[in-house]
Ligand binder design. Structure first.
Ligand code: DLZ
Length: 163
């Protein structure tokens, strides 16, 4: 079965972001990867019209802290329409991987429901560094780009439902 490279999206289907404000929270662990994902997300937000002054970027130490970072951003900045959480967890020899992935996926869901805003899961959970590189601008696209596209689509959906 052919695997779809989801970063090959149709730009015409992405909502214009000129009226939107978006937070981006980036984990510093595996920074080579998370910087590439963040760059993809930021470039995509700008390409689709999000103004520089409406993009807020913060860093947290590791992926486990993404949930708290997103929560604090939404709590302290009521203008934000969505937050994109960017991290990379690579399978090691201990069960740390499982605990972090579980905490982040559940945590992001909880933050989104608490603030009633889209919180986007741009977390790579890979077996090794090569799989992460493949998804951070490599042969499987850039999951930060996909996170930005998802954020813009979700913001539009929310605004349509609330109007
Ligand atoms: C401790 C840890 C480990 C082992 N691996 C990763 C990882 O692959 N990716 C990541 O983003 N963070 C990792 N961390 C750090 C945790 O996310 C967290 O920052 C610490 O446990 C402190 O709460």
């Amino acid at each position: 079965m052919k695997k779809t490279n989801l970063s090959d999206y149709n730009p015409a289907e992405v909502p214009a972001g000129n009226e939107y404000a978006v937070g981006v929270v980036v984990a510093e662990w595996n920074r080579e990867i998370t910087d590439a994902l963040a760059q993809g997300a930021l470039d995509t937000l700008r390409e689709h019209g999000v103004k520089e002054e409406n993009i807020r970027l913060v860093h947290v130490p590791g992926s486990f802290e993404l949930t708290t970072g997103a929560d604090l951003m939404l709590k302290n900045d009521k203008e934000l329409d969505a937050v994109i959480c960017i991290g990379c967890v690579i399978q090691g020899e201990t069960r740390h991987f499982d605990f972090i992935c579980e905490a982040v996926s559940q945590g992001i869901t909880n933050v989104a429901l608490k603030h009633e805003k889209p919180v986007i899961f741009s977390l790579l959970t890979t077996n090794n560094m090569q799989q992460a590189l493949d998804r951070a601008g490599g042969r499987h696209g850039n999951k930060g780009v996909e996170g930005a596209v998802t954020a813009l689509k979700m913001i539009k959906m929310q605004k349509e439902l609330e109007n």
